[in-house]
Design a protein around this ligand. Structure first.
Ligand SMILES: Nc1ncnc2c1ncn2[C@@H]1O[C@H](COP(=O)(O)OP(=O)(O)OP(=O)(O)O)[C@@H](O)[C@H]1O
Ligand SMILES: [Mg+2]
Length: 327
């Protein structure tokens, strides 16, 4: 993050742009000190940088219960996720090591289209790493990850297709400070997907309205509160029209009064039928918004279930201990 601040915006030519993306990638990871340890630095950073452009939003309150949530399939059929036979996202025996540190130790997860999954667990248990494997930012050591018809670890992976399908919102909003809100939201669909400006602009305005930020289109990120910036980041992710959005602790950097507005925005995204994977420390939110909750510890899924069971009948001692700390 310090690196980002040191960047001179006036020197934003092509060369610097490349490094600016790298800086954003590092800022996005929230782990500046780990820069030197990244594997295959250039490739990985390029992937992360691309994802910055692809991160995908809206807000308000309650509506249908999760089991009633509906979404429209590509064929146009309207259905609830419980009617599907095939998972949309599937992780099988996923393992990931950083050097000798095994961070993911055999993860199996199935997520259906339209489903909202919360991943909770202690710090360092591998939650962010898990999310990053799903959009290919972190290559896995073993196992397989499928998103729709894309095998994420296929050496011939079409990165653009994957990032188009999978959006991500980070704890640090990572907006481009020298672009106004509208430009931030519009950039990836125009530059990466080569979509027509007029079409993207209309979509961006609509999303900003849904995020309750219609009057902020011309503002620069530095003129917005943390909660507003995070809602712009959600709008930016949504502007890519992804099929799933990964939310990594999107309220963790916010003051309490802003947490609410961002959670309302995330809830709206979920209620609109977007498949969502939420890494969160907000237990109340996980309980209320998720269809299924996974508890991870030391790189494995210790326990999972629908929130009604998970939060009342957790049986594993590690889960119980973790939940008791939140009370
Ligand atoms: N690029 C990396 N290089 C080396 N080690 C890494 C890298 N990324 C993550 N780790 C290590 O992997 C472990 C899991 O990290 P991860 O960020 O996935 O945890 P987390 O569950 O998201 O934690 P938190 O709740 O604090 O965000 C940590 O020990 C971390 O230091
Ligand atoms: Mg994390």
């Amino acid at each position: 993050m310090e690196i980002r601040q040191r960047h001179t915006i006036s020197s934003f030519n092509h060369f610097h742009k490349k490094y600016y993306y790298i800086e954003l990638a590092i800022a996005a990871s929230g782990e500046v000190e780990q820069f030197g340890r990244l594997e295959a630095p250039l490739l990985q950073l390029r992937g992360v940088a691309l994802s910055m452009l692809f991160s995908p939003m809206q807000d308000q309150l309650p509506a249908a219960s999760v089991s009633e949530r509906r979404f429209r399939t590509k064929s146009g059929a309207d259905m609830t996720f419980s009617q599907q036979s095939q998972p949309f996202i599937s992780l099988r025996g996923v393992r990931k090591s950083f050097g000798s540190l095994e961070v993911l130790r055999g993860i199996d997860i199935n997520i259906r289209k339209g489903e909202v999954v919360a991943i909770i667990g202690p710090s360092g248990s591998g939650k962010s790493t898990l999310l990053r494997t799903i959009n290919g930012l972190t290559p896995i050591s073993e196992g397989s990850i499928r998103v729709g018809d894309i095998e994420v670890n296929d050496p011939k992976l079409d990165e653009i297709k994957l990032r188009h399908r999978v959006g991500m919102v980070f704890q640090q909003y990572n907006l481009f400070p020298h672009w106004n809100v509208l430009q931030n939201v519009m950039q990836a669909p125009i530059q990466v997907l080569k979509q027509p400006r007029r079409e993207v602009e209309a979509r961006a305005h609509k999303l900003l309205s849904e995020m309750r930020l219609p009057e902020k289109a011309d503002c620069y990120p530095g003129e917005l509160s943390g909660g507003q910036q995070q809602r712009v980041a959600i709008a930016r992710a949504l502007c890519m029209e992804p099929e799933v959005i990964l939310f990594d602790e999107v309220t963790a950097a916010l003051d309490p009064e802003m947490v609410k507005e961002v959670l309302a925005a995330v809830r709206k995204v979920a209620e609109d039928g977007m498949t969502c994977i939420l890494v969160t420390h907000e237990m109340g939110f996980a309980r209320e918004a998720a269809d299924h909750v996974y508890f991870t510890d030391k790189g494995v899924i210790v326990e999972h279930g629908p929130p009604s069971d998970f939060f009342t009948r957790a049986s594993n001692p590690r889960t119980k201990e973790f939940l008791s700390q939140d009370l």
